[in-house]
Write a protein that binds this ligand. Structure first.
Ligand code: ADP
Ligand code: MG
Length: 138
């Protein structure tokens, strides 16, 4: 299902609506170019899961994973952008996140598709113009 958002706030609102159906254990794959709105979407997820607003949500560029605790469900945020080799995922202990009770969101997931379960939810982001993004739930 395709959506067009016309501001970062609309993208977060879309994420909030989507998050209402999350029960824990979901794996969400976020794909699309830099600046397409993947992190913005994760911010909406965090807010909908009642992660405290004092918890700062941004791409885990150096740590590779950020954990946002204290909400209705825990949210685990990966970004594969700077990941050079899929073997690093094992040392991160990715399996523990993928099979946890929390929600796992992975930016640039399609860099290493073989590392991820097939039952994951894929969402693709596309820049349309400065303030518009196409967000496609596959
Ligand atoms: P990504 O994680 O995909 O690299 P970010 O979410 O970090 O992208 O950044 C998206 C950028 O695009 C932000 O600077 C945001 O303000 C801007 N933006 C403009 N319009 C939108 C929109 N409709 N949805 C999401 N972000 C938007
Ligand atoms: Mg990002």
């Amino acid at each position: 299902m395709k959506h067009l958002t016309k501001s970062p706030e609309e993208t977060q609102k879309l994420a909030e609506e989507f998050a209402r159906n999350l029960k824990g254990g979901e794996i969400i794959l976020l794909n699309g170019d830099l600046g397409a709105g993947k992190t913005c979407f994760v911010q909406g997820l965090a807010s909908a899961l009642d992660i405290p607003p004092t918890v700062y949500v941004r791409s885990p560029t150096f740590a590779l994973i950020n954990e946002y605790l204290g909400g209705r469900l825990s949210l685990y945020h990966f970004d594969f952008y700077r990941l050079g080799d899929p073997s690093e995922l094992d040392s991160l202990g990715i399996e523990e996140y993928l099979f946890s009770d929390g929600v796992t969101a992975i930016e640039w997931a399609d860099k290493f598709p073989d590392e991820l379960p097939e039952n994951a939810i894929s969402i693709n982001f596309r820049v349309i113009d400065e303030n518009s993004r196409e967000i496609n739930f596959l």
